[in-house]
Design a protein around this ligand. Structure first.
Ligand code: 13P
Ligand code: SF4
Length: 365
């Protein structure tokens, strides 16, 4: 099987109908050699081809369990990296469009995290006092940093368990890159707001005083999700005023006020499961990405459940959206012809350390 730089151009102008025919033909040819993993935020015209779906935790497990030669990841870059790390050397993870990144993951990078660690070491003994915890929405080198420094990876569905694990080892946690997930997790573990301080990576000492750093139990990296920041408590207040019987469910990447005002908070898989299992005729306001919400609304309509999107403006994960039928057709057709496009390969030394942090997570969640 050759890895090549193959032009996408001829597929750019392909109609959706042609794409679908070519996707179906390529899949038939590939059979079990390729498995398609889709995150819940994938657009409907791609999601329909999923062999396996899930939230980040479930997809990491599924990636580690598949024996297909090619794992085609319809999601974002960090997810395909995790698939590469968790699969065997003879398997290849593929991201149909390399521009499908995660803007939150990009808010932390190794240079800034290493500088943070150095600065913390001026005030504390970081390797003995701080457990680094990276949200799975991060680059592989940050997972490797955690692996190397006694840290761990978490996802939105296991952050509480992981944070407990971290505090059993050291008295403080450095949580990156999502401050909101970190704050919500810390709050659920009983930490007061003034024990959780925001580390601004663009300021010296994160913009904190040595006293604030010494007192803090959780250092929250100043990062956020551009999609989930759109949801506001005022949306919940307006919904409750109109539908007092309605239920509110939010992803923990939403800000603290939204999570605190919601009835339920959890990962994408948790949101889907909770609403699917809810009694007939219930009404829901959902604070997460629009593709998931639209799909779920259609799926539960026959049970007379009403599912509403939390924001008043359309907010989608524009990077997830980049995986379209054109890119999927391009990827699968080339694979079926023996050509690998867009393989994701994490350097071996980095993958080894990142796997350490991922394995620690999978062992306890
Ligand atoms: P989940 O792990 O809940 O699927 O979240 C991933 C994500 O990127 C949400 O924005
Ligand atoms: Fe990243 Fe936000 Fe998109 Fe999730 S929704 S992949 S956190 S940008």
């Amino acid at each position: 099987m050759q890895t090549a730089t193959i032009s996408f151009d001829p597929f750019n102008s392909l109609s959706d109908k042609d794409c679908h025919e070519r996707i179906r033909a390529a899949r038939a040819k590939l059979g079990k050699k390729a498995v398609i993993l889709c995150h819940h935020y994938q657009r409907a015209d791609v999601y329909q081809y999923a062999d396996l779906t899930g939230d980040s935790l479930k997809l990491s497990r599924l990636a580690s369990q598949t024996d297909s030669e090619f794992v085609v990841f319809c999601g974002v870059h960090f997810m395909a990296e995790v698939a590469d790390i968790m699969t065997a050397p003879n398997q290849t993870a593929i991201l149909p469009d390399l521009a499908a990144g995660c803007s939150m993951a990009d808010m932390a990078n190794l240079a800034k995290v290493e500088r943070c660690w150095r600065e913390l070491n001026e005030i504390l003994n970081a390797d003995q006092e701080v457990t680094p915890v990276t949200y799975i929405n991060s680059a592989a080198d940050l997972k490797a940093f955690c692996g190397e420094h006694g840290g761990i990876v978490c996802t939105s569905s296991n952050a509480g368990t992981i944070a407990k694990w971290a505090f059993e080892r050291r008295p403080k946690v450095l949580f990156f890159p999502d401050q909101h997930l970190g704050r919500w997790t810390g709050h659920n573990l009983g930490f007061a707001m003034d024990e959780m301080v925001v580390w601004d990576p663009d300021l010296e000492l994160g913009g904190l005083t040595p006293e604030q750093i010494k007192k803090a139990r959780i250092l929250l990296w100043k990062g956020h999700c551009s999609v989930h920041q759109m949801f506001q408590k005022s949306h919940i207040d307006a919904f409750r005023a109109k539908h007092p019987e309605g239920k509110v469910i939010a992803h923990p990447e939403c800000n603290f006020e939204v999570c605190a005002a919601a009835d339920y908070v959890g990962s994408t898989e948790y949101i889907v499961k909770t609403i699917k299992e809810a009694p007939e005729g219930t009404r829901w306001l959902v604070g997460t990405e629009l593709n998931l919400v639209d799909r779920l609304a259609e799926e539960v309509k026959p049970q007379n459940k009403i599912v509403q999107f939390m924001a008043t403006t359309i907010c989608m994960c524009s990077t997830m959206q980049r995986i379209d039928p054109q890119h999927l057709a391009w990827t699968l057709e080339n694979l079926a012809e023996g050509k690998v496009v867009n393989p994701i390969r994490v350097p071996e030394h980095e993958a080894k350390l990142a796997k350490l942090a991922l394995d620690r997570m999978l062992a306890i969640s």
